[in-house]
Design a protein around this ligand. Sequence first.
Ligand code: ZN
Length: 255
Amino acid sequence: MKIQRQKKLKKRLEFFKNNFGFNTPYSLIVDGTFCFAALSHKVNIREQIPKILEDNVKILTTPCIVTETEKMGPALYGAFTIVKQFAHHQCGHDVAVNGAKCVRSMVKGGNKSKYAVATQDQALRAQLRTMPGVPILYLHNSAPTLEKPPEVSTERAGRREADRVGLSEDQRQTIASLKRRLLGETEPTLRRSRKTAKGANPLSRRRKQAAPAPEPAEEATAGRSRRRRRVRVHVAAHVKEELARRRSPTVGGPT
Ligand SMILES: [Zn+2]
């Protein structure tokens, strides 16, 4: 179970790292509600929280959060003593606003400073789920838990992925249609070339090459034989001589 939880945590953390540029050291904003729950469940934030954030996290709070928690009075005094220990990140509010509003102001507009937020405030968590790229931590009883990335984050990540591939996505479609058109034309050629390739089988080719090769040889021999025949015709000059001899009396007869 613990291993499964770790795997889930790692996967969720990886999501924010891969899609929203989160990396160590993480910056985690904790609010009074989280400190209150931690105190109730005897969770030491400084010891327990780094364990789920790769042991590399800056735990922060804001003056607004500290002021709000202090204002809550004795019920949250313990939480106040805890939260005020963390580094007070300047939120830019000259007049303190409520903690939830302060947190929202710090992560709005795409959470450029890459804050994670630790809160038990259900309403704030619901609001943060509508803002892409905000890792939300809470205590599940005494177990620090990283919320599953909300849809708004997964959708944004998907869109970014599409944007990244976007240019080539359009190009891909163009290429795809081009390919289709080209393949429509070239496919038979390809098939033909495949046949040629098959025909190029050295055995059959050799046969084919061998077949025409003897032909000129035959022609040559035929030519030679013809020449020989011609020679024979010359040789047949004996016959001619004989004929001539035979003819010579007739030729010589009158002379
Ligand atoms: Zn503030």
